[in-house]
Design a protein around this ligand. Structure first.
Ligand code: A3P
Length: 293
């Protein structure tokens, strides 16, 4: 089945974006954050859904089990900037969240985040993922999601990814921007996809200590188990099987969930070129990634 694409890339204040995420820009910029909101901020495909689900279970897993059973994760934790035809905007969904705290996600680079988040001193959770796996995951996501611009073939996409010509722009600028933001805005917790894979329980402990949560050992065990890849893949409320724009036959949203899958996609020549480009773009960065665990 051919996927009909309505969205193209354009330059938006120096970052490649598409209309789906910029349509109601003034409304987004005027969003009124509250001091107890929690913002999950990531480059797309870094493990956002994983961390959103962990947070949702930590806060509401015990008090509202019906929420887990009946409300898809993208409504429990709306994407602030999303604006797709005939669907409620992410901004409206976030405004209407009945919970405290409100869990809100964004893929915006830090400079596009509405100012009230900073003014209200909102807690922010960043999730980072190594560039190569992030690129592979993003490519497959663009293939299966008709809301994203046409990705072309893998080598075309990889070149565009290196040049920042994908939605939300340059991976390098995005991750470096958020990484450095913590120096001036300490209420940020940094998480890495690779660490979550290596030891989910430890990463949940660290997240809880950032948030001031102290779940019982039993509760923590339950959360850790529910967020394992195979469980999330089977869970219709978190695997995006309810999404209209995604075709899971092309590539499932819960695709591989591995560190190092990039090795199955990069040719030797692509890998060398990517490393060379990466060295240049990350040469002043203190951000370190693992592309295998
Ligand atoms: P892959 O495409 O490499 O499988 P996001 O939520 O930011 O869009 O990220 C999606 C990526 O995170 C996908 O990566 C998905 O499989 C992976 N993911 C989601 N939940 C996961 C889990 N519980 N364990 C491991 N990976 C997970």
């Amino acid at each position: 089945m051919e996927v009909i694409r309505q969205h193209t890339l354009f330059d938006f204040h120096g970052v490649s974006m598409s209309q789906c995420f910029t349509n109601n820009w003034d409304e987004i910029q005027n969003f009124k954050a509250r001091p107890d909101d929690i913002l999950i901020a990531t480059y797309p495909k870094a493990g956002t859904t994983w961390v959103c689900y962990i947070l949702d279970l930590l806060y509401f897993g015990q008090t509202s089990p019906e929420r887990q059973a009946s409300i898809p994760i993208d409504q429990r934790v709306p994407c602030l900037e999303i604006n797709k035809p005939s669907l409620p905007t992410g901004k409206d969904l976030a405004d209407q969240l009945p919970t405290t705290p409100r869990l809100i996600k964004t893929h915006l680079p830090f400079q596009f985040v509405p100012k009230s988040f900073w003014e209200q001193n909102v807690r922010i959770v960043n999730v980072f993922r190594n560039a190569k796996d992030n690129a592979v995951s993003y490519y497959n996501f663009c293939r299966m999601n008709s809301s994203m611009p046409e990705p072309g073939d893998w080598s075309t996409f990889l070149q565009n990814f290196m040049e920042g010509k994908v939605v939300y722009g340059s991976w390098h600028d995005h991750v470096n921007g958020w990484w450095e933001k913590k120096q001036t805005y300490p209420k940020i917790h940094h998480m890495f996809y690779e660490d979550l894979i290596q030891d989910t329980g430890r990463e949940i402990d660290r997240l809880c200590s950032f948030l001031g949560l102290s779940p019982s050992a039993e509760e923590k065990e339950r959360v850790t188990s529910e967020v394992q890849f195979d469980n999330m893949k089977q869970n219709k409320m978190v695997n995006y099987s309810t999404s209209q724009s995604m075709n899971h036959k092309v590539s499932p949203f819960m695709r591989k969930g591995k560190v190092g899958d990039w090795k199955n996609h990069f040719t030797v020549a692509q890998d060398e070129k990517f490393d060379e480009d990466y060295k240049q773009k990350m040469k002043t960065s203190t951000l370190q990634f693992r592309s295998e665990v």
